[in-house]
Design a protein. Sequence first.
Length: 191
Amino acid sequence: NTGDKPKTSGKVPRMPYFNEERDFMDSYLSRFERFATSQKWNPAEWATYLSALLQGRALDVYSRLPAEQANEYATLKDALLKRYQLSAEGFKSRFKTAKAETGETPLQFLTRLDSYLSRWIDLSQTPKTYEGLKALITREQYLSVCPRDLALFLRERYPATVTELGDLAEKYLEAHATKPISGTDPKPVPF
């Protein structure tokens, strides 16, 4: 009798293989984690179990990890999410552009929207407070209306606060302002 510890007989877990044509990696990993928890698997073995369920590009991600990292579930999960571009930006985009799917009930659609928003907030490392969410919305609105090159500059630095965002934006605009020629006033930078 092995008690609560799963058998490691080399068998594939009784869960469908990941199919990138029909499965969304984030949802698949969430399902896997629920299944692993319900089966009382040792978290130290999750990466090995998950690797048995991967195919195609997802399996390539696992295969290309250094051996010492391939057996760390958190590292494998992070690598898979990056491979499928499941970042804060990706979830923000999904949240903003999502439409109800055929056959999806309003409650299912709202649950999916809520999931996208939660993942966007988590991955952007936004504090789950009123102030944190207010800063996220203000930052995103500013980035959506400022010049594209400035937005790219700011996204690359990902300022933590609105004040830091403003300071970086001002420094960028000062550095990229037109220099005065022969005592004339500089042309204003278009906004």
